[in-house]
Design a protein around this ligand. Sequence first.
Ligand SMILES: *[C@@H]1O[C@H](CO)[C@@H](O)[C@H](O)[C@H]1NC(C)=O
Ligand SMILES: *[C@@H]1O[C@H](CO)[C@@H](O)[C@H](O)[C@H]1NC(C)=O
Ligand SMILES: *[C@@H]1O[C@H](CO)[C@@H](O)[C@H](O)[C@H]1NC(C)=O
Length: 385
Amino acid sequence: MKRVLLAKFLLWTGFAASYAVGSTESIDRRAVQDSNQKTAIPSRDGLRFVIDGHADYFAGSNSYWIPFLKSNSDVDMVMSHLKQSGLKVLRVWGFNDVNEIPTDGRVWFHHIQNGASVINEGADGLQRLDYVVKSAEAHNVKLIVNFVNNWGDYGGIAAYNTAFGGNATSWYTDKASQKSYRDYIKAVISRYKGSSAIFAWELANEPRCRGCDTSVIYNWAKSTSAFIKSLEPARMVCIGDEGMGLTTQSDGSYPFTYYEGVDFEKNLQIPTIDFGTLHLYPSQWSEQDPWGNLWIKAHGAACVKAGKPCLLEEYGSLALAASEASWQQTALKSKGIAGDTFWQYGDNLSSGPSPNDGYTVYRGTANYTILVTDHVKDVKKLNSH
Ligand SMILES: *[C@@H]1O[C@H](CO)[C@@H](O)[C@H](O)[C@H]1NC(C)=O
Ligand SMILES: *[C@@H]1O[C@H](CO)[C@@H](O)[C@H](O)[C@H]1NC(C)=O
Ligand SMILES: *[C@@H]1O[C@H](CO)[C@@H](O)[C@H](O)[C@H]1NC(C)=O
């Protein structure tokens, strides 16, 4: 199997962006592989994730923007590049909440205004996410799809507050907001039930409830994840939080505290939460980059205690390669850490370079070689042991 895949990578590399397959034999093999994948829903086994029957460590990335692209060929290009690079898991934004319907043709998914919600199933709506899922299926890339942003980008909790009242902390218990959020979740899940391309459903991007008792987020995560499992029991579910609030190996610094209303270890006990997530941005948390190694090890240990895998789901340093490569090494060595998805993947789209927030690692650059090519080699080495 591995040799077949390698041969295909070489074939694809040879034909640049084209992923048309040259021989009947390859087409047949791909068809067999594809039909097997239809039934293979990613899962977990002990402290590992399982993809296509392999309980391995998985490397991947984030590209929040891919569901908002209007060009199918851009989506296919990114997916084929991810596949060529050996990046198996891609985290994308499954939300795009607006208070006003855009008039410039921009993609939007969920219009919320004056207490009412409309889900956009049109060509500039969830059909864009449909294409991402379809392309991921074709390229055997596994998606983490989340349902709301804690931050204001693409709507988020602030957009719900505008439509339904309340504020950033009352949102978690606000009846009207939660009903609209759940209706949206149900609409998205119903489109991709049983798809081999979904790695996990994720409650939110970086939920926080500053100054709240940690029971607020705990109760919300517990009931929302149970709701999702009722819609699709076999699918993994995660929270999408930054991993804040833990006592294991705590040095007492801000991210380890409950200041943002998150208790990582308590939340991981929720039976309908399959794995823990952690994010890592020392420069935004008044820490130095080497501190990131402690953060990773602490979560690995907490995940071992809980008997569930941890995903280093976002990490970014403005020094890019130098710091991030050392975090990758730590992740590979830490029991309990089962995968990592760096923030964020960059590529050349037909419209120009994909978004750059200072943390983007563009394909084909020297940083990409270090953080992707070399890392994927290390991952393969680890998995072959
Ligand atoms: C948010 O709303 C709640 C409930 O009405 C209130 O108790 C809290 O003080 C508000 N928080 C802020 C920051 O306004
Ligand atoms: C991306 O496009 C730029 C400008 O056209 C080009 O210089 C660069 O080599 C391209 N990078 C890759 C990885 O294709
Ligand atoms: C990686 O990116 C950083 C930040 O943009 C840059 O300073 C550094 O030179 C790059 N390193 C390599 C090896 O390309």
